[in-house]
Write a protein that binds this ligand. Structure first.
Ligand code: RBF
Length: 159
């Protein structure tokens, strides 16, 4: 299987109907994460991935993305896993701790398991910024992450 030459995935190039994707969505700030999910899911479908090859799970918050991605990496054989979350800076220091531990946790899974885990966790100052990046004026990071997942699925299978 060849890796597509550019970051933009051409639907016609996706010949492999067996590629399997997992999407894990945190429900915290669900008004944001549901838009990221929509962007990611629709991008996979538009790229020719079969509906039945995309499996979705929901977890309470972004912190739970770590365990759930690990469990899915361990128990299944997906070609890529997309984790979706939205962290919004509040009054406490939790934001910094959460951002740090979630990115480290997802990084650890990428190292330990043979599946690319794509980081679609927004870390924003406020809701407006999050909406701008989840289908607003800056675009939709869910779409970008699905393209990355496609690319990495090809990469995984090319080696
Ligand atoms: N989860 C998120 O996905 N986004 C957040 O912005 C967020 N903020 C939180 C702020 C505080 C003070 C706490 C205690 C939790 C927050 N969580 C957030 C939830 C977290 O990811 C996790 O679900 C819980 O801490 C339970 O493990």
């Amino acid at each position: 299987m060849k890796i597509p030459p550019s970051y933009q995935i051409d639907k016609n190039k996706i010949k492999n109907k067996k590629l399997k994707f997992a999407i894990i969505v945190a429900k915290w700030n669900h008004d944001v994460t549901k838009k990221l999910y929509k962007g990611a899911y629709e991008t996979l479908i538009q790229s020719g991935i079969l509906k039945e090859k995309i499996k979705t799970w929901e977890v309470p918050g972004s912190y739970e993305l770590i365990y759930s991605a690990k469990k899915i990496a361990l128990c299944y054989n997906f070609d890529s896993i997309i984790v979706i979350g939205s962290l919004i800076k509040g009054e406490t220091h939790h934001f910094d701790y959460l951002c740090q531990s979630i990115s480290q946790g997802i990084k650890d899974i990428n190292i330990k398991y043979d599946v690319p885990v794509i980081f679609c966790v927004l870390t924003d100052k406020n809701k407006k910024q999050s909406f701008d990046r989840s289908g607003g004026k800056i675009g939709n990071k869910g779409i970008e992450c699905a393209k990355t997942a496609l690319y990495m699925a090809f990469f995984k299978n090319s080696i």
